[in-house]
Ligand binder design. Sequence first.
Ligand code: AHM
Ligand code: MG
Length: 323
Amino acid sequence: MQRLRNFLDHHCDNPALVTVIEGLMVACKDIAYKVQLGSLAGVLGSAEQINVQGESQKKLDVIANNLIKQALRAMPQVKGLASEEESDAVACNPDGEFLVLFDPLDGSSNIDVNVTVGTIFSVLQSDPGDDPTYESTYLQCGREQVAAGYVLYGPSTLLVLTTGKGVYSFTLDPRVGEFYLQRENIRVPATTKEFAINMSNQRFWLPEMKNYVADLLLGEEGPLGKRYNMRWIASMVAEIHRILTRGGIFMYPYDSREPQKPGKLRLMYEGNPMSMLIEQAGGKASTAFENIMQVEPTSIHQRVSVVMGSKDEVDTVIRYHES
Ligand code: AHM
Ligand code: MG
């Protein structure tokens, strides 16, 4: 069994990036431990605070954010960070080479019901003259990412990672505190019969998305000609992990509840890193109109419409939006 460190030393040509990924994993192991202890560590429930997204924070959102922030700030390789739980970008070390953007605890509405949550991260390279206190420093499109991944806090704790050379997963052995390589060169099957979308938002979707889902629900008698199955965990990390395991399509499309926002999920630390993983595994990630990783960001907390997973099914959704 290959240890994460050993794998990275052979797989990744930039030792500074290896250090950043390893440093992130130190914080994530700590988060995994706290998630596992749950009420025994007094970490469940609300932090009674509202974050920059206008969402009420859980205690574990705050704890996970602080652990990752602390770890990144201590690394000379990291110039700055941006987090779902921080209103502004945070400067770290002026000579750092990397910018790290993250959602410390995705799916945290699930935390009190003991359902899988996770940390999502995206790593960008910065130019030497860039000022990490400026938001503009972070506004690179997804194609510029040098690494992306997530840590899933489920029955097992898993790291799923890409540095642009395929997707690999690692399982944490909590007895020794090490991640071990589990799956190499993960591939997403091109076709699927499994979809994930929050159906309660149906009346707010664009007509094109309503048409696609209506046709899909007709099953083998409908124009799509197959019987679909539905899943909705309300935890993007868990849904994307299922898709990286057996295929599927995950959608959180534009809806008209807040017309000024293009979707619920955030581009920089949810849409982009998950798109890089999905594409690296042979899948596809789109807003339904354009490739997510080509969206030019205008703010670190920008929202994006998300349609990702098995390539043929994503293409079908795109076709519905073309007509
Ligand atoms: P979060 O980062 O605040 O947890 O929000 C993102 C989550 C995703 O993990 C999930 O796909 C989605 O929100 C669920 O939304 P909904 O509650 O509308 O079903
Ligand atoms: Mg999230």
